[in-house]
Design a binder for this molecule. Sequence first.
Ligand code: GLC
Length: 572
Amino acid sequence: MTEHGSAARAGGSAGNGRHADQASWWRSAVIYEIYLRSFADGDGDGSGDLAGVRSRLPYLRDLGVDALWFTPWYRSPLADGGYDVADYRSIDPTFGTLADAEALISEALDHGIRTIIDVVPNHVSADHEWFRAALAAGPGAPERDRFWFHPGRGDTGDAIPTHWVSNFAGPTWTRTTNPDGTPGEWYLHLFTPEQPDLNWNHPDVGAEHEDVLRFWFDRGVAGIRIDSAALLIKDAALPEVPASPAPGRHPHVDRDELHEVYRAWRAVADSYDPPRILVGEVWLPDPARFARYLRPDEMHTAFNFDFMARPWVAKELRESIDTTLEAHGLVGAPATWVLSNHDVTRPVTRYGREDSSFAFAAKRFGVPTDLRVGRRRARAAALLTAALPGSLYIYQGDELGLPEVEDLPRELLEDPMHFRSGGRDPGRDGCRVPLPWSGDRAPFGFTEADTAWLPQPSDWAQLTVERQAGDPGSMLCLYRTAVAVRRREGALHDGALRWLDSDGDVLAFSRGADFVCLVNLGPEPAALPEGSSVLLASDDLVDGRLPQDTAVWLRTARPHRSAQIRSVPMKE
Ligand code: GLC
């Protein structure tokens, strides 16, 4: 790399000294997720790239984010949006070069922004040299031991080794053809056949990943996001999934042995100055099992999908906030607040539906959606999450209030989830449509090419960065102001949340001595506590009261537990 100094600067003295406590910046950071293909195109081929991000760093600085998380940028056939990595030490040519990545990491730091990269340890691409060697070497060869090759069951080996169900629907085994053309062994893939699962019992697998971490930490990245972090270890006996597996004994989810992997990674991360951070993608229903990944010698944080999956119902959100804070408190880790990501139906769309809950494997589409309501709720949700204790994730485009694009032509869809489910799952392309930057017509400044790799709806002319930056009532301005206020309010960093007494449809809590957040999810407007002044509201107050689907941040004189926050019938 050109500038060795960057490595030392990562996480240690990011740019303008915005973080009071450099060592624990991640505890309350605002982290922006970049889905590289769809952020900004710098080379005019219709697909986003590193040059595009470099040209838009001032936008990210103005948004006020502390770090960027990049979904995989490595060489990849892109069978699953880059989550099929062929070579961890090179950048996919559609995104740029290693030198571009190094320059980006360094330039982002100059703006006070750290870089987090994605590591995908559960599987590699079928194009990875290890898998190619394994296929070429044939049954019984040691090259196959880095994966899960297995003879089929039955006399002819025709029967699948297990009936585990793929996270992308369908079977998890694909049969190979031997080098001599005869039907061969099967190999395991919890996702697509283009993503063979690694065998974490093999010593090469752990050693290689620790080396990959060092490769990128040496280049100045501040941390990693760990893909499918609870899936790596499999029961080598390959049993079927029991009806109710004992905790830690499911054949391929959340096995107890996983913690050793993350302890080893934490040791690598801690060997750097400043320490690098580990963020896990951990989808687990049990908060106690989830929190085990966040013990002090394992990951720093993990995505809080429980909150994201809840419907827009006060009781549900409050329950999620409570269980989240309780489970994290047991291990001393900060929570994360995530409204969406590149796998999830956009909040503006989700919250505009009668059933506003989310489930990865049961995404809905084509159901009646009121985008006006959805946008209002997404604005309130932005203020709610930004006021909660912990770190905050913003998925690119949520700060613009982009809706899910539900009418992409089928021939342009790429997501294997859609195809493997036989079309039952809408897929995730609709949340990955390129960002609208400027102008009145697609591709809205995203690319110099005539069209972006996925077409943007024409009415996104209203949602461009250019248009919103000049409109104080826009989603973009709300996000910018919220992030700026959050930064300067010490009470919004690490520290407790205290619930205030309120009606059931109103979430009301204080942070620190004089900061209060109220969110009204019910039909009756809510009165503000006496003597409070408004710092920021997601929508206009009505007669000094907080209407439905609105959040407000207040400065109050005495935010005591006894503060009465009551909904007031509209026509009193
Ligand atoms: C994670 C990623 C998702 C990917 C999957 C397989 O869930 O977020 O996009 O398809 O892992 O790697």
